[in-house]
Design a protein around this ligand. Structure first.
Ligand code: NCD
Length: 356
């Protein structure tokens, strides 16, 4: 065990035992997370009070739907409360610094979920804040809680993370989700990672270390099907071109996985994506109208291998596990024995094998 549970700031804080602990607890909490069930089922009959009386503040200096939304729901499902901080109308408008804003928010919360556009900013903030901080994405560096839900998704659909041949597609230079995931995969056995990216968006060296990584930069992303057919990944992880993180024309790097591309993937492969997938034009996608999209064509959604919406839902149980482990540490629970943890919180031990 390496993770001190005082903060969740970078994926290097985790060793294999820590990943196993969080993923197993997330599995046990999944029936309480309400992600796939009708409102009158398990989780409403057995509401949790693990975080009763505790407040989570979400402080997002950058846009977010899934990370912010699932952290809020995770805390509510644990019986805690949420104070979503809104920068619109705050004293940021009077020129207050980000760190002064966060200092104030520690007084209003027990735990903070923070996203920020600058590289390594969230660990730096956490070092001077006196409440536990969760890094919800810092610039192009890391997104550790996304990695935990990604590992959970792979182990749910492919039984184990060990032994997978994983293909990263898209913006490997600026995409923080693939950076964190690449680091996490150092802890797993028999992993092969193949990066397929437009020339110019290759993975930085620091993230290639410690894994069996090969890269196929393409001048024409239309050749993706051919590479996929040759390399036969079990897990395909597509990412968005992070156009907000660089100057110049981003559109020349963009690509789309279509039903035809899917034909090149193995029948039992899974297709993941951290989302969002952007619209091709400036249409807004109001109502049920889904405009044509980059990264993954909406027609692919009906393919059973397309698991990205389920992947995003797994943000709730995995973030429940993270918050629960951090706040129990705050209460002085240093070593976690999961069976005792379940007993302590009135949870059914049998749920530790949920999803197995
Ligand atoms: C990702 C992010 O913010 O890094 N989104 C997410 O949290 N699910 C991916 C992205 O924005 O492309």
């Amino acid at each position: 065990m390496k993770w001190d549970r005082k903060g969740l700031l970078s994926i290097e804080q985790f060793d294999r035992e820590d990943f196993d602990l969080v993923l197993r607890l997330a599995g046990a909490l999944e029936p309480y997370s309400g992600i796939f069930e009708a409102p009158d089922s398990y989780f409403t009959r057995h509401p949790l009070d693990l975080c009763e009386g505790r407040i989570l503040v979400t402080a997002f200096f950058e846009d977010s739907t899934r990370t912010r939304g699932s952290f809020q729901t995770a805390m509510l499902r644990l019986g805690g409360q949420v104070s979503p901080f809104s920068f619109v109308g705050s004293s940021k408008g009077k020129g207050e610094s980000d760190i002064d804003t966060l200092r104030m928010l520690t007084s209003y919360s027990d735990i903070l979920a923070v996203r920020h556009p600058l590289d390594r900013s969230v660990p730096d903030f956490a070092a001077v804040l006196d409440k536990p901080v969760i890094n919800c994405g810092d610039g192009k560096k890391q997104h550790p809680t996304q990695t935990i839900l990604d590992l959970y998704t792979i182990s749910r659909f492919r039984e184990s993370v060990d032994g997978q041949r994983i293909m990263f597609i898209g913006d490997l230079k600026y995409g923080r989700t693939v950076h964190s995931l690449a680091i996490a995969l150092r802890n797993y056995n028999g992993i092969e990672v193949i990066g397929v990216c437009p020339v110019g968006l290759e993975m930085p060296e620091e993230f290639k270390q410690g894994i069996n990584y090969s890269e196929v930069p393409l001048d024409d992303m239309g050749e993706l099907s051919q590479v996929a057919g040759d390399r036969k990944p079990n897990v395909v992880y597509a990412t968005r071109v992070q156009k907000e993180r660089f100057q110049g024309d981003a559109e020349r790097f963009m690509y789309t996985i279509t039903p035809e591309t899917m034909e090149a993937f193995l029948a039992d492969a899974i297709l993941m994506h951290p989302l969002p997938r952007p619209a091709k034009s400036d249409q807004e996608g109001r109502g049920l109208t889904n405009p044509a999209t980059w990264d993954i064509d909406t027609e692919v959604d009906a393919d059973p291998r397309a698991v990205y919406f389920k992947q995003a839902s797994f943000g709730v149980p995995t973030r429940m596990a993270e918050i629960a482990l951090m706040l129990t540490h705050y209460d002085g629970v240093v070593n976690v024995n999961l069976s005792e943890f379940m007993d302590m919180h009135g949870l059914n031990r049998a749920l530790l094998d949920y999803g197995k």
